[in-house]
Design a protein around this ligand. Sequence first.
Ligand code: SF4
Length: 386
Amino acid sequence: VAETAQLPPLALYVHLPWCVQKCPYCDFNSHTLRGPMGESAYVDALLRDLEWERQDLESRPFSSIFFGGGTPSLFSPEAIARILDAARAGPGLLPGAEITLEANPGTADAANFAGYRQAGVNRLSIGVQSFDDDKLRALGRIHDGQAAVAAFEMARRAGFDNINLDLMFALPQQDMAQARQDLMRAIDLAPEHLSYYHLTLEPNTAFAAAPPPLPDADTGAAMLDAARELLEATGYAGYETSAWAKPGRRCAHNLNYWRFGDYLGIGAGAHGKRSRWHHDALLIERRARQRHPVRYQSSVGSEESLQERRSVAAAERPFEFAMNAMRLHEGFDWRTLALTTGLRPEDLSAPLEKAAALGLIERDAKGVRPSDRGRAHLNGLLELFL
Ligand code: SF4
């Protein structure tokens, strides 16, 4: 128990890897569904995976759960309930734990939404991306703007009082007025949380091979500035590079990543990070699952299910920690640094001195946060920790 008290919170990520159709900009581990999904076999694999992953963590409850994808809303409420029942076994969940499920408007279904709520999901994250039909078509999305609004209203009717909308900007041929209008439509729905992402061309995507005409970098930056103003004026506080929330509605699961907490990742390609004390040393290990659903399912419950397994050396921790913590406007406190990395403030003094001299951070007795300048030059700030 004493040791558990000295470990960071432990979250659970569940990856559900299929989509109706692959979007041309997407570099997630998602696979176009060709034929039946094999839902119950995949859930069987997830449960074996969970049991195997959790065997040496008997005393640590989950602080939050996130169903990501892929398209989790392709799964039935019964499947989600089976996974949640398994997660609740043993040390279980902390009281009031946030449980999020990602939903695609193109797969929204009123009975399913009500079933997810019934199963214990208490936060829905809807991948709207845009409300503009032309833009949605250019993005290869399977839904239109009306379906996005309908999905949101369906979620409210199903009893969800905590909803995130994912929205993207700097879309093909988007101008400032269109970006503003898209964001206004999201704000009009009054979700509790908004994630606002710059569309980027990722390697190995259809867009990278044949790029659409995109707004230039200055226009993208101006869109983000305008969005910041609009969101702050309508009751949303920005707390991370791409995240805005109404008071008390920040995403607990993502905060745990940015605070360098621990998480188990189950499902194809899922990543995890876990810490444990060995004598006086905090050991940190990162794991990644086999990416392909078939290989994942055939290897689950054994070492072969791990495509990658490595320990994070003390020398790597300042950068890994900063890469997460400096995304948060609030930065970090010294207690969190010690709890999640085993590092002392003096271990960071060289990069912090430099960052302070460049005006990239602000610090006090409690901790460190990026300054406005530091947030605007995040990569430069992070390089100091390498
Ligand atoms: S729906 Fe989401 S996860 Fe699936 S391909 Fe599109 S962007 Fe990727």
